[in-house]
Design a protein. Structure first.
Length: 308
């Protein structure tokens, strides 16, 4: 006897429009910072543009997650298309690591051979626009009453990018006041480290999902104990917990009940399913009930739960 329940997280109503608007806003900011960085020769501004580009990627992933969660499963993709989000995130994170390494290399070159920077005032204007755009993006997404985990992650990325934009502004002011151009490679390295930190987090999470590992936020032993603590459950085995996507967790297991309780096992499974959703946010549970006396020799093809 098995029960399955789909509990993936949707983006709240109206969030799609806010996400799309935020994506467009950050695309404009990224383009402006890239152009400004090329004109002024300010590496930190280019690094911040790359950091902003990672925000655009995370926002696009959140948008894809919203659209993908609405697509029904098919005979070939029985779980739907949720892992498209994970695949895209993995590829984006690898690309960002490569870009961060290039930023470190370019910063090293500028320590050895300083580059004269032009138009510090233009640099300050563009960096300020970037900061204002990031703050506006945070406010735009935060205005939604309901947010998926993807949107919350995007908000975190935008907050970090606002900090890096502020650092770029401070660097521009230092150059304007003192002419000390070494602040540029120093800030570039700091921003590159921020990119690496966020990228490795995404790479780790994506790899764990591909490996079908237990999600970091879930304690395997606590889940097993919660199932075992049910008054009718006498044993739990073949317990597996894995992620379908960054927001959807699945579980499968066998529970043992005595001969009399086996008749009522559908209600027991329903109670366990509800408990797993409420306590651990496990939205897709498949639970097989078997009689304790079977001792592992349960006939799964039997309608009345007979032993082999």
């Amino acid at each position: 006897m098995a029960h399955a329940h789909d509990g993936h997280t949707h983006v709240g109503p109206g969030s799609g429009g806010r996400l799309f608007g935020t994506i467009l806003l950050n695309v404009v900011i990224t383009a402006a910072e890239f152009i400004g960085g090329l004109i002024t020769g300010y590496l930190a501004l280019l690094a911040d543009a790359v950091h902003n580009l990672s925000d655009v990627a995370s926002l696009i992933l959140a948008y894809i997650g919203e659209i993908g969660s609405r697509r029904p499963p098919t005979k070939k993709s029985t779980y739907g298309f949720r892992r498209i989000e994970v695949m895209t995130a993995f590829i984006s994170a690898v690309a960002l690591v490569v870009i961060a390494i290039y930023i470190f290399y370019e910063a090293y070159r500028r320590f050895i051979t300083p580059v004269d920077l032009s138009s510090p005032a233009l640099l300050l204007i563009i960096a300020t626009i970037g900061l204002l755009g990031n703050v506006l993006s945070v406010l735009l997404l935060h205005s939604g009453k309901k947010k998926s985990l993807n949107v919350k992650a995007a908000l975190l990325h935008l907050s970090y990018d606002a900090i890096s934009s502020l650092a770029v502004i401070i660097g521009a002011v230092v150059i304007l006041k003192t002419g000390w151009i070494y602040v540029d490679p120093i800030l570039s390295i700091l921003i590159g480290l921020m990119i690496l930190y966020s990228s490795f987090g995404v790479l780790k999470e994506a790899t764990m999902i591909f490996m079908e590992a237990v999600p970091a936020r879930i304690d395997y032993d606590r889940v097993r104990k919660a199932i075992s603590d049910h008054e009718t459950v006498q044993g739990v085995h073949d317990l597996h917990i894995w992620s379908l996507s960054s927001t959807s967790v699945a579980l499968s297991c066998h529970i043992q009940v005595d001969r009399d309780e086996y008749i009522n096992s559908p209600s027991v499974i329903a109670e366990l399913d509800r408990m797993l959703k409420e306590r651990f946010d496990i939205g897709h549970a498949t639970i097989q009930a078997e009689r304790t006396t079977c001792a592992g020799n349960f006939d799964t093809n039997s309608e009345n739960g007979s032993c082999l």
